[in-house]
Design a protein around this ligand. Sequence first.
Ligand SMILES: Cc1cc2nc3c(=O)[nH]c(=O)nc-3n(C[C@H](O)[C@H](O)[C@H](O)COP(=O)(O)OP(=O)(O)OC[C@H]3O[C@@H](n4cnc5c(N)ncnc54)[C@H](O)[C@@H]3O)c2cc1C
Length: 389
Amino acid sequence: VTTSIGIIGCGFAGLSSALFLSQRQDCEITLYDRFETVQAVGAGILIQPSSQEVLKKLNLYDNLVASGEKVFVLKGLSHYQKQVFMTRYKDYQTDSFGIGIHRSILFNLLYEACQKQNNIHFRLGEDIHPEHLADLQQQHNLVIIANGSHSQLRQSLPIKQSYSLYPYGCAWTSFAQDDYSLNQLSQYVRFSKEMFGVLPSGTINNQRMVSVFWSLPITQKDTYNKDSMFSGMQHYLQHQAGGESLLELIQQQDFAFAVYADVQMKSYFHQNMVVIGDAAHGMSPQLGQGANMALLDGYFLDKYLQLDNADTIMQSIAQYSRKRAQHLRFYSQASKFLTPLFQSDFIGHGLMRDALFSVSQKLPFSQKLSSHIMCGKRLGWWCGRELEY
Ligand SMILES: Cc1cc2nc3c(=O)[nH]c(=O)nc-3n(C[C@H](O)[C@H](O)[C@H](O)COP(=O)(O)OP(=O)(O)OC[C@H]3O[C@@H](n4cnc5c(N)ncnc54)[C@H](O)[C@@H]3O)c2cc1C
């Protein structure tokens, strides 16, 4: 018997789950997206060791490494040139690293792989509303909701949940640049009121790319003053080798604004529907985990799914929901705890962060903990166990 699966949303969660599920015989997958032409809008992201494992299983890892840039450290400097933090991947495990990559490169790898599968069908230009869900539940044996953190579909489900926008977002841009912040994510901070990041983002058309982020309250989304943003950036860049020429390039770019939400759900399934990716657990990008979690969801959903009949489908999505909860809750909480230390109006948050990190930088144990958290496989603050694949 053929099992029909409908997936709403062609982001990292939707595409990765479609690819895993397409390896099964007798499975027909339909991917819906509201856009006629699907593409990844956005800047660079960091692919952590946790989801590098997933991309290896999808045979996309070599391409990822070839078009991304290895990132070995995350370095934070304060407005008075003091090192606030330095998190090294190798403190978690020698040979481990993050991969800085422009979102569109990863998106294209996944999308092209999906297009090659005969049992994946695309229904693009279809905006799915909550009132369509009942029909989709009839048409498909399983419906996967993967339409991002602002999902109205999730909100229509009778599952205890919360959704709130973070008070700060960021202005961002990406552009070609040869050598600034090579193999490292650089962050510059003034207490918690200013945060400026430069992330290597891989190679597009033989040009090395970087992404630049500048934190701002979401109330300034449409009104922020670019000149004051540039003068803020100059304060940090004037002290860095190559900083002045980076600033010149930044001043020529168009910026977009990203707003992010905290999403929590008590469980991730209802009847024959399961919610994955940002739709299920949107978090702030402070820990660089959202895309990683979306890819992991795709892998684990496939791992637990049994498609024999309606009962096994419902039992297995319930099992997925239980098994995934510990890892997801830990990273949601950690993001929620850390975000105000970097983005808030209250200067005390930044002072607290600097005090906390200056002590923890001297302790090998806490350096290892920070590195472990960044790698994306940890299951709790005190629980040293790792995610098992
Ligand atoms: C500034 C910024 C920096 C970030 N940096 C990192 C990082 O370094 N590392 C990291 O891991 N993550 C990072 N993230 C988070 C990461 O981008 C997200 O977690 C990830 O993209 C979520 O993927 P998703 O597939 O769940 O959802 P999305 O990528 O949001 O995809 C949802 C899809 O659903 C479609 N859709 C929406 N509504 C409907 C509808 N009603 N009907 C049909 N289709 C619909 C949309 O068109 C879209 O294609 C960052 C995010 C931001 C904003």
